[in-house]
Design a protein around this ligand. Structure first.
Ligand code: ATP
Ligand code: MG
Ligand code: FE
Length: 353
């Protein structure tokens, strides 16, 4: 089966074709046949963050050419598709609408089923695209630009949220640290690169909520401490630390927060065989290796998607469509700016989704 995926929830416009099964659909072979991502980093960089109106317009210009391009790359026609999967939320509503409406139009014109995908489910299931050995259940650390959660994943559509952030998402903390260090947008990869040259113990930074019995996250205080560290560096003569030291110390603090919170959450799921990390921050090599060590110390498996599948892409949306093959959504389904994976979970103090 072949599924077209369309992603437009933030500042990447993306289309991808993912196949599951051999020619006779007997095997479970999973592969990306074609994928294209048009990043809007250049458009948003002058503003230091994503501008929703600019994003929506850019998605509208790019989505149809990208769908055509992946079909051409693969030598396929719309009539070869078994499903069309599109992000239907959560995200910036203008962008989500552009991608979803395009998918609806294609579905209507071709009579191919539409599958509306939760972007977070795209991240949550993404490791299974490259790692067919990864079975349910698993513990998921979802760390992206807008989310920071620990979930128990028991199957497709079966998510139990154990933890969330009471303020900033982890990707957001990386982006704010990058801004404080004048590293530009998007910040995560730049902070990671600079951190390689720094001493992770050079700057004393807090580990918010570490030691607390609930596994929730908080990063606002860490960001403020980074800001104070930068100010102190500029204000005093002969300071002993560089920007690279700040970046490395921030990254180290973030990693220690995450592993401490995971320890609390995993203690409540002694039966869970594997830890999985997904979302943009999963592209961070230091984070990946720390989580791998953490999992092996606990004697459980570890899986992370290939780097290119961590940040926003359409292959993960097409893959979520493969996981939901056989289902379809009505063509009047609405785009949703907010759409929790686990609608029943109680929010952490003051938390949004
Ligand atoms: P969400 O998925 O919550 O809606 P999003 O789609 O904007 O948010 P993603 O594309 O999944 O987020 O991830 C982007 C985030 O990941 C950004 O905050 C970015 O700084 C961060 N990020 C990307 N690469 C790295 C890296 N190498 N190290 C740390 N953070 C990174
Ligand atoms: Mg982006
Ligand atoms: Fe995302």
């Amino acid at each position: 089966a072949i599924v077209l995926g369309i992603e437009s929830s933030c500042d990447e416009t993306a289309a991808a074709l993912v196949a599951i099964g051999g020619p006779d659909d007997a095997d479970d072979d999973r592969r990306i046949i074609a994928q294209r991502i048009a990043s809007q980093d250049a458009e948003h960089a002058p503003y230091g963050g994503v501008v929703p109106e600019i994003a929506a317009r850019a998605h509208a210009e790019r989505v149809t050419p990208l769908v055509k391009a992946v079909l051409e790359d693969a030598g396929l026609a719309l009539s070869d598709l078994d499903a069309i999967a599109a992000t239907a939320g959560p995200g910036l509503i203008g962008g989500v609408m552009v991608g979803l409406v395009s998918a609806k139009a294609l579905a209507m014109a071709t009579d191919v089923p539409l599958i509306a995908i939760n972007h977070l489910e795209g991240h949550a299931l993404s490791p299974r695209l490259a790692d067919p050995e990864l079975d349910f259940p698993y513990a998921l650390l979802l760390v992206s630009g807008g989310h920071c959660q620990i979930l128990r994943v028991d199957g497709v559509g079966r998510y139990t949220r154990l933890a969330t952030t009471i303020d900033d998402a982890l990707g957001e903390a990386f982006d704010k640290t990058a801004k404080i260090l004048s590293l530009g947008y998007p910040g995560g990869p730049a902070v990671e690169k600079l951190a390689l040259q720094g001493d992770p113990n050079a700057v004393k930074l807090p580990r918010p909520l570490v030691g607390s019995g609930e596994p929730h996250f908080s990063f606002a205080g860490l960001k403020s401490a980074v800001m104070r560290a930068k100010d102190a560096q500029a204000g005093s003569k002969g300071v002993a630390y560089s920007d690279a030291d700040i970046a490395a110390s921030f990254q180290q603090a973030a990693i220690e927060c995450v592993t401490d919170r995971l320890r609390i959450a995993l203690d409540t799921m002694p039966d869970i065989p594997a830890l999985v990390v997904a979302g943009g921050v999963a592209a961070n090599a230091a984070m990946r290796s720390a989580l791998g060590d953490f999992a092996s110390a606990r004697g459980i498996g570890f899986s992370a998607p290939p780097m290119a599948l961590c940040t926003d892409n359409a292959a993960m949306i097409a893959w979520a469509g493969c996981e939901r093959l056989g289902q379809s959504d009505p063509l009047d389904i609405m785009a949703r700016p907010r759409w929790p994976l686990d609608p029943d979970a109680a929010p952490a103090r003051g938390a949004g989704v």
